[in-house]
Design a protein around this ligand. Structure first.
Ligand code: HAM
Length: 417
């Protein structure tokens, strides 16, 4: 047998998946986000330029396909690891001039990570972006929208919202210098952190090593390097969240794993997920548009819901969720020689909007037991007698009763049940 690729998974029952997806789509539409689609394949350069060369995603997790041809030379294509950079590319390539451009997309992302619970190499993100929105009031609304979605639409209650403020690039430059002085005095940093200290110092906070984590609890904080304007924005953001009754925790070490963020960053985390506790993350990125090649910068804010992790949380409470009821299943069971009549009857039922399946293999007894296992509400049995009389036997699989009705009346009998 050939097994699936490590870190990927098959989803064989999409009931919860579709419920969650529809719920999110419906909810974000209330905030006037419109759906877009971008390709799974993007130029490697797009992610190198936007996410940062020293990020885990770019330095070690990208799935890259290299193709070469005489005419076009060598081309490096990535299976997208995230959707923000591609959304900005689409914004620029589509010459969108109406801002804020409020869009969402859904689809698979790819990262070559060590697989574990809630961490896959192919996973789904529901991605939301608001491009061309300088006011942090948009940040407050997007964070509140996500919180409301989790709390009121999915009834999740065991999670926390972590927020932090990364300031402007000047403030970060000041902080980086202060942090460097502190880290230069540390003797126990791991090899990766030593490298990151020189190459891209904020990324040291992504380190999961307990020794490094412990050192960073005593490190200087970015929030202490904010100037007056940022301090005011940070204060207003917190006030607006409180105004909207959004509970949050300030996490001064939250820097997120990607380089494009400034000012607001946030993550929704749940202890129910174990080590991979973040099921949604996002933040503000004010310079990404120009980094990707736009002439005019467009301050923006966005987030991605880790859909697989959200599903893990929803599975735990699925009995409390208003999952849509499956429609009644009608199974047609023809005797030998009645297969064409079964096809015709199925055609009529389906045209009338009734979910119908025809079984045509095995004895009537075997087919009845298969229908039972499929959860059929009704079996429609067609024998030689029924063919001659123009009738069909309808068996109610729940009550165990049965009646013979005219074939032409079968639809109206079933619809009125
Ligand atoms: P991210 O934090 O890298 O942000 O990913 C967002 C979410 O995707 C994570 O919180 C997590 O739930 C899920 N996720 C990430 N990696 C995996 C994985 N290997 N397996 C399963 N789930 C995973 C971004 O991707 C940003 N583009 C979000 C954003 C949008 N920021 C602004 N706009």
């Amino acid at each position: 047998m050939i097994s699936r690729v490590r870190g990927t998974r098959d989803i064989l029952d999409l009931k919860l998946f579709n419920f969650a997806l529809q719920t999110i789509k419906h909810y974000v539409a209330l905030y006037h986000f419109k759906q877009i689609e971008t390709p799974v394949l993007e130029p490697v350069e797009l992610f190198k330029r936007s996410l940062g060369l020293e990020t885990d995603v770019v330095s070690k997790e990208m799935f890259v396909v290299t193709s070469s041809s005489v005419e076009q030379g060598e081309e490096s294509i990535a299976l997208r690891p995230e959707a923000t950079a591609a959304t900005i590319r689409a914004f620029l390539e589509g010459s969108i001039d109406q801002v804020p451009w409020k869009v969402f997309s859904f689809g698979p992302m790819f990262r070559y990570e060590r697989p574990q619970k809630g961490r896959y190499r192919q996973f789904y993100q529901f991605n939301i972006e608001c491009i061309g929105a300088a006011s942090l009031t948009q940040d407050a609304q997007i964070i509140a929208m996500l919180d409301r979605l989790f709390l009121t639409q999915f009834n999740l209650d065991n999670y926390a919202l972590h927020i932090n403020f990364l300031g402007t690039s000047q403030e970060r430059a000041h902080f980086k210098a202060t942090l460097k002085l502190f880290l230069d005095k540390q003797t126990d940093l791991c090899a990766t952190c030593l490298k990151r200290k020189e190459a891209n110092i904020l990324r040291v906070f992504d380190c999961k090593t307990p020794v490094c984590q412990n050192i960073y609890t005593k490190a200087p904080q970015l929030l202490d390097c904010l100037e007056q304007e940022s301090q005011q924005e940070w204060k207003t953001l917190q006030e607006q969240l409180k105004l909207l009754s959004v509970s949050f925790v300030v996490n001064p070490r939250l820097v997120r794993g990607l380089d494009y963020y400034n000012k607001t960053v946030f993550e929704f985390v749940s202890p129910d997920l174990g080590a991979q506790s973040a099921f949604c993350g996002g933040g503000r990125y004010d310079s990404l548009v120009s980094q990707i090649g736009g002439k005019v910068d467009q301050p923006s804010i966005g987030a991605a819901i880790g859909f697989d992790r959200l599903l893990l949380l929803l599975e735990m409470i699925s009995n409390k969720l208003p999952l849509p009821q499956e429609p009644a299943l009608h199974v047609i069971i023809p005797f030998e020689g009645q297969h064409s009549l079964a096809l015709l009857l199925a055609d009529t039922l389906i045209k009338a909007g009734l979910q119908t399946e025809v079984l045509c293999q095995g004895s009537v007894k075997t087919m009845m037991s298969k229908a039972h296992k499929k959860g059929a509400a009704y079996c429609l049995i067609l024998g030689e007698q029924e063919q001659q009389d123009g009738t069909v036997v309808i068996k109610d699989m729940v009550k165990g009763t049965q009646e013979t009705v005219k074939q032409i009346q079968a639809v109206s009998v079933l619809i009125n049940r």
